[in-house]
Design a protein around this ligand. Structure first.
Ligand SMILES: Cc1ncc(C[n+]2csc(CCOP(=O)(O)OP(=O)(O)O)c2C)c(N)n1
Length: 578
């Protein structure tokens, strides 16, 4: 059975006034907000809502995950590949607390989610009732907004508000906790669009002075450098970024989540900044005269030691969230607004320029990185297969068109460094929270959010074992995900740190795995294991050609480290090549 979107509401909101139960109103609202998939898990406190899903199952599809964490990562993957809001259901108590990791993940990565949890009857609140947890209390620091619904009249409006808040401005997760009693009660359903909340200004008015100041600095810069983040993708500003990069001829580096906003092979693309980013953009962050940050937040994995970060540069910070300004890095000029709007408007003031000498400095350092690192891991003449080879081969074989999903660890860094991209929204990874177990469920959601694209998910043997039960979801819904497990027999990234900073004392990082082939077989998923380099390409081709889900296990070099590396707390110029 292949799962396809059933919601024919055409994403338009249709006002209707009709009597129905609170639970029916929840589902009707979702349908009218254009939701086609709900990822979730039922239980006592959301049973009426599930009964309504059953009623309206010809208009909306519920995807039953095998764990609420799987459901929420799937919703995140869906949101990231489709650019729409992901929707998750969980029951009260353990159902709700199982969502926490995913909510925190979505919060740090600005992923729009509407999470709907069931809650005990309103009259039992505060009595330590069965499966009662204070989920709005627990999630208040990790949601953009949350609300406990105990009044039936508020259901429709609060859901509309949730979609509005989750998807506008800087997106993020919201949570609505609905007491069970009002799910049964009858209400008058009439959907209204929510487009205004007092003191919430998701799209601030552009300030022309800021734009002019930014343009002036960019025009006069001799060594400008752009660092772009996921803000570009979230606002759909890829075209404007490219225009800016080309018109002013500026070298442009990406953060981990900025990957794929600009084609990897663009002549001005200089790779990734940060702990395992590329040598040139890391080192030259401390040589540029103007640093233009677009939709990124100067995370500590990007900056290393802030006291030694870009001190020589005048910083221009484009962001939609003004609390990001001067938070970590002091900016000379701040430009508040949605990246698409600010970049479109700043372009009017940007002069054509040429920075070939400056770009040549990047080329020089890139050549050093390639010689020191790339050749050894992309074309090794001996030893076991490397993670980098697998990632690069998949990119070549999919012509850079696949959606690459990763889990967390060394393979994530190899995937981010060696994948090639030609399309936006093509790299889905847990950035801010670094959540192991994210990969497989996120890949399921990513496929449902972008059904016409090939989705290839890379995991390590450790992270894969955290959520591999989601093979059950694949089995049930026939979602096609190509899952590659890069098996090094270790919790590789932690082992790398033990190697470099703990005298190779491998405490609890060697890890046994089950026979993955048997796991795959149990779920009816195709499987192959590759151990020899000469078999790799054929195995990858077989996986990519397969029209069903596939698990490919690759036995990779056990103790290979990811370089370059800016050690934690070091300056970006202290980036190590070995
Ligand atoms: C939920 C969670 N627990 C622990 C960690 C710490 N951690 C980061 S990477 C890593 C090792 C990952 O090992 P594996 O999944 O085998 O991938 P590899 O690094 O070998 O590619 C660990 C334990 C984490 N990021 N997330």
């Amino acid at each position: 059975m292949e799962v396809v979107s059933k919601n024919k509401s055409n994403k338009a909101i249709k006002p209707t006034a009709i009597k129905m139960s609170g639970a029916d109103a929840v589902i009707r609202s979702l349908i009218d907000h254009g939701v086609d998939y709900i990822f979730g898990y039922p239980g006592g406190a959301n049973m009426p809502i599930y009964d309504s899903v059953y009623n309206m199952s010809d208009e909306i599809t519920h995807v039953l995950a095998r764990h609420e964490q799987g459901a929420i990562h799937a919703a995140e993957g869906y949101a990231r590949s489709s650019g729409r809001v992901g929707v998750v259901f969980a029951t009260s108590g353990p159902g709700a607390t199982n969502l926490i990791t995913g909510i925190a993940d979505a919060h740090l990565d600005s992923t729009p989610l509407v999470c709907i949890t069931g809650q005990v009857n309103a009259n039992l609140l505060g009595s330590d009732a069965f499966q009662e947890t204070d989920v709005t209390g627990i999630t208040s620091p990790i949601t953009k907004w949350n609300y406990q619904l105990t009044k039936k009249e508020e259901i429709v409006e609060v859901i509309a508000k949730a979609f509005y808040i989750a998807s506008t401005g800087r997106p993020g997760p919201v949570l609505i906790d609905i007491s069970k009693d009002i799910q049964f009660e009858e209400i008058e359903y009439e959907l209204k669009k929510h487009e205004y909340i007092r003191s919430y200004v998701p799209y601030p008015k552009l300030n022309i002075e800021e734009l002019k100041e930014a343009a002036e600095l960019i025009n006069s810069a001799k060594k400008p450098m752009i660092i772009f983040g996921q803000g570009v993708i979230l606002s759909g500003a890829e075209k404007q970024l490219k225009e800016l990069v080309e018109k002013a001829d500026i070298p442009a580096a990406n953060t981990l989540l900025g990957i794929s906003a600009l084609d990897t092979d663009h002549p001005n693309a200089v790779g990734m900044v940060g702990m395992h980013g590329n040598y040139a953009p890391n080192v030259l962050t401390n040589s540029c005269d103007v640093l233009i940050a677009i939709g990124m937040r100067f995370d500590d994995r990007i900056t290393g030691d802030l006291n030694q970060y870009a001190k020589q540069a005048k910083v221009i910070h484009f962001d939609i969230d003004k609390s990001e300004f001067h938070k970590n890095v002091k900016a000379e000029v701040t430009v508040l607004g949605d990246a698409k709007a600010t970049l479109t408007n700043v372009l009017d003031y940007i002069e054509k320029n040429n920075h070939s000498d400056w770009k040549a400095e990047f080329d020089k350092l890139e050549a050093i990185e390639k010689e020191e690192i790339w050749d050894k891991i992309l074309k090794p003449s001996e030893g076991k297969i490397t993670m980098a080879e697998v990632v690069r081969d998949v990119s070549k074989m999919t012509d850079g068109e696949a959606v690459v999903v990763t889990d967390v660890g060394q393979h994530q860094m190899f995937a981010s460094r060696y994948s090639l991209f030609k399309q936006t929204k093509s790299f889905i990874s847990s950035g801010g929270l670094g959540t192991m177990g994210f990969g497989l469920p996120a890949a399921i959601g990513a496929k449902l959010g972008a059904p016409n694209r090939e989705v290839v998910s890379f995991s390590g043997d450790g992270g894969f074992q955290m959520t591999m039960q989601e093979f059950g979801t694949i089995m049930e819904y026939g979602v096609t995900v190509k899952q590659v497990v890069l098996n090094n027999g270790y919790l590789g990234m932690v082992r790398q740190w033990q190697d470099l900073f703990f005298d190779k004392r491998y405490a609890s990082t060697p890890m046994m795995s089950p026979e993955f082939g048997k796991i795959a077989e149990a779920y009816g998923i195709e499987y192959k294991k590759v151990e020899k380099r000469e078999d790799l390409q054929a195995a990858l081709q077989e996986m990519l050609d397969c029209d069903k889900s596939y698990l490919l296990e690759v036995a990779v070099q056990e103790e290979l480290n990811v370089f370059p590396m800016v050690p934690g707390g070091a300056a970006v110029t202290e980036v190590r090549l070995k």
